[in-house]
Design a protein around this ligand. Structure first.
Ligand SMILES: NC(=O)c1ccc[n+]([C@@H]2O[C@H](COP(=O)([O-])OP(=O)(O)OC[C@H]3O[C@@H](n4cnc5c(N)ncnc54)[C@H](OP(=O)(O)O)[C@@H]3O)[C@@H](O)[C@H]2O)c1
Length: 258
């Protein structure tokens, strides 16, 4: 895979804007899918304590032969563990077989914005167990609250994102704050039969799903599609060889208006 852009994170990490999602993958299927993804060129894998597949993800990483420093690994702390983040990252690292992750996220706000939890996340980062720390499913007001309280912004906010959910104000708000926006469920939240996706896809000789994934990159938004199907895993990674014009991006943005 050539030239997937990256986002520079405050801890010095570079997050590839295309990652491989692993929610609902487990056991042998998860191991095989992550191996296939790494073979197809993905260099970013998204897991979570809640997915119960960190051990399979870690084993696939090791067995792939891809050097550790070439793969960006994210995991997440579930709200139910908000009272024991240090124990939770230790368990994640143990399962993954890693000394540190590239990105550790608060999976959901733990009721409120979780200022105390954010402080403890920063301490884990400072101890070297996560290169960068961030949040997921946070609104901009919650991002501001943890930033104000600590003087340190989340490196990333991972939120549901797709053409149907496109929100220019949310995108701009993250850009202004220097928080990288990472979208999840890009395919689930898309009607792949939408005529505009077919028209743009036909113009480039690609599929509607590839248009959706490329659209994220054109916006500078990270995207982490999941698939258990080898052909789809490879097709979803084959989005570096074409680009969308500003007009095509605007047409796809228009899917948010129904
Ligand atoms: N932070 C959070 O709260 C949160 C929440 C949800 C998800 N996530 C992360 O985001 C990742 C992606 O989101 P997601 O798994 O919810 O949804 P997704 O990636 O949008 O969709 C996955 C579904 O789309 C199918 N699919 C994949 N590629 C396709 C293609 N090219 N054409 C047609 N269908 C295709 C997959 O089927 P097959 O597998 O059968 O191929 C699967 O059923 C997750 O895996 C997880 O890592 C994070």
């Amino acid at each position: 895979m050539t030239q997937i852009p990256t986002a520079d994170l405050p801890g010095g990490g570079r997050m590839p804007l295309l990652g491989f999602g692993t929610w609902q993958l487990s056991g042998r299927q998860c191991y095989d899918a992550v191996r296939t993804a790494l073979d197809a060129g993905y260099r970013h894998v998204d897991t979570a304590t809640m997915y119960r597949n960190e051990a399979e993800v870690g084993r696939a990483l090791r067995d792939s032969g891809v050097p550790r420093d070439e793969v960006f690994v994210t995991t997440k702390l579930p709200p139910a563990r908000a009272d024991r983040p240090e124990e939770t990252i230790a368990a994640s690292l143990d399962a993954l077989g890693l000394d540190r992750v590239d990105l550790w996220l608060v999976h959901w706000p733990p009721g409120d914005a979780g200022v105390d939890l954010w402080r403890r996340f920063l301490a884990v980062r400072d101890d070297g167990r996560a290169r960068d720390v961030g949040v997921s499913n946070y609104g901009l007001a919650q991002v501001d609250e943890v930033t104000r309280a600590t003087g340190e912004r989340p490196a990333v906010n991972q939120v549901p994102w797709a053409p149907s959910r496109y929100d220019a104000a949310v995108e701009q708000g993250h850009r202004e704050r220097g928080v990288a926006l990472e979208g999840y469920s890009p395919i689930k939240n898309t009607d792949l039969g939408a005529p505009v996706l077919h028209e743009v896809a036909d113009a480039h000789g690609v599929t509607p799903a590839q248009v959706v994934l490329r659209w994220h990159l054109e916006h500078g938004v990270a995207v982490i599609p999941k698939s258990a199907t080898p052909e789809r895993i490879a097709a979803n990674a084959a989005i570096a060889g074409f680009s969308l014009s500003a007009e095509e991006v605007a047409r796809v943005d228009g899917l948010a208006r129904g």
